[in-house]
Design a protein around this ligand. Sequence first.
Ligand SMILES: [Zn+2]
Length: 503
Amino acid sequence: MNDVNTSVLKTRVIELVNEHAKLAQVINDSLFSFGELGFHEVETSRYLTATLERHGFKVERGVAGMPTGWVARWGSGGPVIALGSDTDALPNVSQKPGVAYHEPLVEGGPGHGEGHNSGQAVNIAAALALKELMQNEGLPGTLVLWPGIAEELLAGKAFQVRDGLFNDVDAVLFTHVGANLETGWGEVRGAGGLISVEYAFHGASAHAAAAPWRGRSALDAVELMNMGWNVRREHLRPEQRSHYIITYGGEQPNVVPALAKVWYYIRETDVENVRKNFGICNRIADGAAMMTDTEVTRRVLGASWPRHYNRVLAETLQRNIERIGVPEWTEDDNAFARAVQRAAGGEPVGLTTEPAAISTSPFSPGTDDIGDVSWVVPTVQLRYPANMRNLPGHHWSNAMAMATPIAHKGVVCGAKVLAATVLDLLLKPELIAETKRYFTEVQTKDKQYEPFIGPDDKPPVDLNKDAMDRFRPLMRPFYYQADKYDTYLEQLGVSYPQLERPA
Ligand SMILES: [Zn+2]
């Protein structure tokens, strides 16, 4: 197709995204109100799959051994383009949106303090616009929509990869909330590879005063293991990051704990060093078991390879980023952003005014399990400006904008870039070929994907169950009723922007 026709169709698909702005807002606000922790994205998945089915997508549920997993497909033939985004919330960051002071909706409850409520709104708005254009123009191609499940536990995507979700996919465009419109390519720097593993020590209980010599304390083993690791840290590469919590340490002091558990995240910059440190950690666990005459078992709870983003996909995204630009913010949006930034102790710089330049050596201090996907299919990430800069991350302040006009505009902006980029891939088959060439001749030339998870590891779908059982009944009264209220802010009676706590 010539460039003039491509440009006409691109203008058209961007207009079509605008027509889905209302639906995008309702999806964004609904998911915000559900605020579900990983593996319990029950309302979220039910709502998203129903929305996609209503729009003609064919949905498969319970994908990759995860009750909340799903995949939705529409279209026929190639290319097969998969649009993904995470859907889970975080513990302890419940927050009323549109107000610039800390106020949980449910005290101690989970919430979207990362902004994972917005990405599926981006993807669905883009997909529906593309579907309409593809139908009108008779363009072949298949759109595949899928959710990141339990991303905050790095516990979903390696299983989706292993169970074949991406087997027939040509390219993955992954969207993630950000403070700007941006993308990049290459291997992400930072402690980006990770194994999440829980060690359980098994001893013997006894009366802690009457017969302690008959007991063998599993908690002693956990403590010795942690001591061993903390001493060994000094002799690991400074690039490593590792952290643990004791998930179980007994019931009461007068019973020698027969069971104790400790959960480790082992992070390093590359696959070899993750494996090396995992081996050291396992030996320290064995040593602790030997010292205490207990037994140790371990369960891998999640894993991620370091991410590698595709150059051709990123460059295609970047051209559309520059064409579309960041949203027009109002003075209210900027006043709200500055107030939130101040409330979180950051510089009150307001909202972004220019899209970012393409990053050729992306840096991220954290880990994202899109890493595993990026090693089996050409993958790129688009960040869209639905949130603001200078916030701590994984924090109540990161939730404040996520059901306001800032998020609503950021979502539509992201959907336009995404739809325009998919259109490029549909119209120019040579782009898909170049994408694959980068994947095989550059990215995977000397490095092949060997997952950290084994064939028998299962997604730990029991995690977060207790918290959701406790909080869901308290959260339900706050679910967004889109048939009654134009926006979630209206339902909550928030007059945006509320910069200070009412006296
Ligand atoms: Zn995230």
